[in-house]
Design a protein around this ligand. Structure first.
Ligand SMILES: [Zn+2]
Length: 263
């Protein structure tokens, strides 16, 4: 199985999963760039996966369905569905993509939006060597999504769930925000050597126009301050910036998210 990014809008990635015949897309904000790749590679679109209701993740669904009326759409149960025939998914559901021989587990990860879901495939799937995670706008490399609808507590809990996945899990986020996220992370945790090193390798990637994704859970645990806010030195830095003592994990996380919003 092949997984490739399709660039959309300014900095979105639509992920295309395919074998030599069939394709699945995740969060198609636009249809045209997908149609181009499908035509170039002679692929049949079988399934459309949606992580949350924002337009830059769903805007291409109707146009794709016009060309591919048999494609199945899967979307979060707790949000407006992007098409009338979409299958509504809840936490704990499994999704079997038979053409790709791939099974996803659905994880509800509210925070960015209230019904946001992520798709996780364990590596007991024959077609993948590493576990896969498609996490929409919940976890970014070096960062996390803005809290448009949910509370800091919800986002903190969602990120804790993702952090508990195996280190080898390949993380497919939907925006190229890595460089600015890491610059923020460095302001929070300037003593983090893994972060410093990663800033350099990401800069090289971007100079060459190469995506910085997928990341991995192991890497994110080392370089993403939003997964590190419980560490004493990170917490101290956030407290110093907030200018107030923060006791609960969620308070610390909320202050970190506010810091990033103003950065
Ligand atoms: Zn979004």
């Amino acid at each position: 199985m092949n997984i490739s990014p399709i660039c959309a809008f300014q900095d979105n990635y639509i992920w295309l999963l395919s074998n030599n015949k069939h394709a699945v897309v995740v969060d198609p904000g636009q249809a045209a760039p997908i149609e181009q790749v499908l035509a170039e590679r002679g692929l049949i679109l079988t399934d459309i996966l949606i992580t949350h209701h924002h337009y830059d993740h769903t805007g291409g669904v109707q146009a794709l369905l016009k060309n591919w009326p048999h494609a199945k759409v899967y979307a979060p149960a707790d949000e407006p569905l992007p098409s009338s025939n979409a299958v509504a998914l809840n936490d704990g559901d499994t999704l079997n993509l038979s053409e790709l021989n791939l099974t996803f587990n659905v994880m509800k990860v509210p925070g960015h939006t209230l019904g946001h879901i992520a798709f996780y495939a364990a590596n007991d799937n024959d077609s993948v060597s590493h576990p896969l995670l498609f996490c929409g706008d919940t976890l970014f490399s070096g960062g996390c999504g803005r809290l448009f609808e949910g509370t800091p507590q919800q986002m903190y809990d969602s990120l804790q769930r993702l952090k508990a996945l195996p280190d080898a899990t390949q993380v497919y986020c939907t925006h190229e925000y890595t460089q600015s996220n890491l610059a923020f992370g460095y302001a929070v945790e300037p003593s983090n050597n893994a972060l410093k090193k990663h800033i350099q390798s990401v800069a090289k990637c971007r100079q060459q126009g190469i995506p910085t994704l997928p990341s991995s859970i192991g890497l994110e645990k080392a370089i993403n301050v939003f997964l590190r806010s419980d560490l004493a030195n990170v917490k101290a830095s956030i407290q110093a910036h907030a200018g107030a003592p923060l006791t609960e994990s969620t308070q610390v996380f909320a202050a970190l998210r506010r810091w990033k919003d103003d950065f």
